[in-house]
Design a protein around this ligand. Structure first.
Ligand SMILES: [Zn+2]
Length: 64
């Protein structure tokens, strides 16, 4: 993966959201990119997707 520096900051932010989503809190997260609370979080037990309804930034993680 080729990430720019601001993406690395965002990655840290996404990681803490991922931890909360795994813990069952999927509502009310702020998008690390545009800082609006329009982040849609889904976790199906294996795959985590975070999608911003506002700016369209997308993050996907897989447990394993
Ligand atoms: Zn956003």
């Amino acid at each position: 993966m080729d990430l720019e520096e601001d993406d690395l900051d965002a990655l840290d932010a996404y990681q803490s959201i991922v931890d909360e989503v795994i813990a069952g809190r999927t509502e009310g997260h702020k998008c690390p990119s545009c800082l609006d609370d329009e982040l849609e979080c889904d976790f199906d037990g294996l795959r985590i997707t975070l999608t911003c309804r506002k700016c369209g930034r997308f993050f996907e993680g897989v447990l394993g």
